[in-house]
Design a protein around this ligand. Sequence first.
Ligand code: FEO
Length: 166
Amino acid sequence: MALSKTIQTALNDQIGREFYSAYLYLSMSAYCASRNLPGFAHWMMLQAKEEAGHAMKLYGFIEDRSGRVVLQAVDKPPSDFKSPLELVTKVREHEEMVTGEINNLYALAASEHDYATQIFLEWFLTEQVEEEKNSTLLVERLRMAGENQSALLLIDREIGSRTAAS
Ligand code: FEO
């Protein structure tokens, strides 16, 4: 069964939002590099690549369902942040927003009895649990570090060892 136009449009819009996420994290990576925090820059760069991967998963699914991929404009991301804590707080807020988007997509697929799209989106729902968990951990650890620069450098070194996940 081919994708309905409504689902196709919603998935195409999500491709744009995933690329925006990639763009946002790339911008954050550049900011972290400029603040001499190579560990954070590395973490954000991997995150950006993951997001591009999410976009391409959607892209592939639309084509698998004989749909038409139509790419949308990607907004300009912010480039300046007050502090690493403000930056990771924005990461968490952003991921919470993405969870809402995926939930909406899932509800739309359910309302159209599009079971294949629902099953496809389950991967994203699981991924969002991980995304929120990881960003919350970063926020809490930076809160604990407070103004302590040594603690910040320690966290930077630790997260610099992140390896690619999904
Ligand atoms: Fe594509 Fe970070 O969710």
